[in-house]
Design a protein around this ligand. Sequence first.
Ligand code: SF4
Length: 676
Amino acid sequence: MKNKEKKVILGYLNHHTIGRQNTFMPLGIGLIAAYSQSRFGNDIDIQLFDDPNAIFQEIPHIQPDVVGLTNYCWNSELNRLVFKKAKKINPSVVCIAGGPEFPRDLKECKEYLANRPEIDFYCYAEGEIAFSKLLENILENISLDLLKSVPHENMMSINPSNGELVKGNYEQIQDLNIVPSPYIAGIMEQWFTGEYSPSIQTMRGCPFTCSYCWTGVNPQNLRTYDLERIKLELEYIAVRMHKYPLVLLSIVDSNFGMYERDEEIAEYIRELWKKYDWPNAFDVTLGKSNYDRILRVNEKLNKRLLINCALQSMNLKTLAAIKRKNLPPDVFVNLQTEIKKQGMGSVTELIVPLPYETKESFIQGMKFVINNNVKLVPYTLMLLKGTDIASQEARNKHQMVTKFRLVPHQFGEYDQQKCFEMEEVCVGTDTITFHEYCEIRGLCFIMSLYSHKQYDVVFRLITESGALMSDSVLYLWDLIKSGKTGLSNLYFQYLGEVKSELWESPEDIKAFYSKEENYKKLLTGELGDNLLRKYLTKARLEKFPESLDLAFHTLPLITNHPLTDEMVEAVGAAKEWMIATRNIGELLDNKYEWKSVKLLSLPFDVNSWYEAGSVSKPLVTYKKSTNYQICYDFTRIDNIFVQLSKIYGTDKTFLIGKMLINYPVQDLWKICKPAS
Ligand code: SF4
């Protein structure tokens, strides 16, 4: 028998002790809330949280009957504290976790739940209907012990009477449109403050089966939301985001741009942009095939997407082991040529160390990437719970060496308890030693630095001189490792932290960071950051002239023929032009006169050469004394800082580092015009 209204708390929690790593509106819990509300109306009172401090503060006042939290590697320890707090306030509260941070092997599932008695149910698949069905039983006031002893759709629990795992049937939602839009239902209103990016989903499922990915090993049918609903949702969001033109739109599909209807969605977004001047930036995981269509989609989105042609590895044996099929190399090369021709940016990802990959095969893959002028985004292999690659079988087969590290900036102190989020990573296999793994991380740092748009002039000059970018970077790597360059210190600091961030067990991490002196280092940002982002940002902001000196120094050393005097002069002019227009480290200097216009005289018209793009003639043919006026578009940059500081905080180094992930670096460059 139903009685009073039940109080439900849903949370998608993110630590933001220093800076905010995740700035997206909590779509997942919004969908769950929207569906439950549509079913139970006034029988339930649902409140949504993303701020851990707020949920700790509110639990004693709300005294919830149900707490549901989404569980990822970056918040699962925090969630445990919240569940424990809720149980302390109300021992009969029903605590439900859901999300990918859960094993797949049933023995491990049982162990997971047995070790976390504060979790009553784990929702191991789609949550909207499963959660509401469980809620229906809770509304009937069925006792918690009885609830846990019988199976519920997509849920697992431990039967209190015998300690056995109870697993409910796996079900998928057939028609996604039965779940109302949480935006249109008014559930997401509290997040339209300019501090959060709206997220939408246009379809669910992925046709691929990558073994290191949760989605890949839990295949779902492809299902779509109606286009009319998506359009209504987008318009609803755009009206509210009009005031925050720089806040990005996130599309959480696994393969956006790959399907015919994505063109219509992109077209509609373009119409919204014309009307509302939003969105101007995107966070999107693009499809892994149908690149013609993806390029058309990007064209419609004002070329604001970075085309990610993720490779992960170029080693065929590795690709077979991780059940992944890449574009054939010649198709990849043609695609990159087309991307450049259309003036778009592109990135690719590589993961190290995957099964069967060797140091040599990984470097081969990196060379291929960088010689095609594609920005490299390298990742260490994460062993995500429930994925094939994290299984005991895979660990044994490939003799994986694994360590633990803090998830970047994911820590905090709540109710006088310190809390740290940790991830397990692979740092060696039977084909890559730990030493080689560290060497590869060092090379990836250099490759990532020089494959960035900030250095695209270097790539063009190297190509014009008939040399290969990879030869230049490998040469640079040797020089940097010799310790005698302006980048060497930074490089060795980076490698030092690559090693010192790894621990044997989660307990070791907790013990180390719980000490006051170490915790302070987390609070100041000295420790605990994403190392690649931290050091790339330092290099780009603090060492730009030094990094250019090095790159230009190697140019004559890697070409097969000596540079003519004219080429040397042209290269010198290009370097001067780059330092004058792209030294974005100046933006950190409070005394720098942003508004001042500088004059630059060069013996070559470098600006026209650059603007002519990849089809231009060589720079030496642009010999012409040219005067430029150079200045920042300070209104635009001020606007960027004001808007993005609401999201990432006021530490400009951190803000620019985060900004360079989803926004074009060109937005920070100076404008260069011929002086009249
Ligand atoms: S394509 Fe992406 S989402 Fe799909 S299985 Fe592979 S990594 Fe996962």
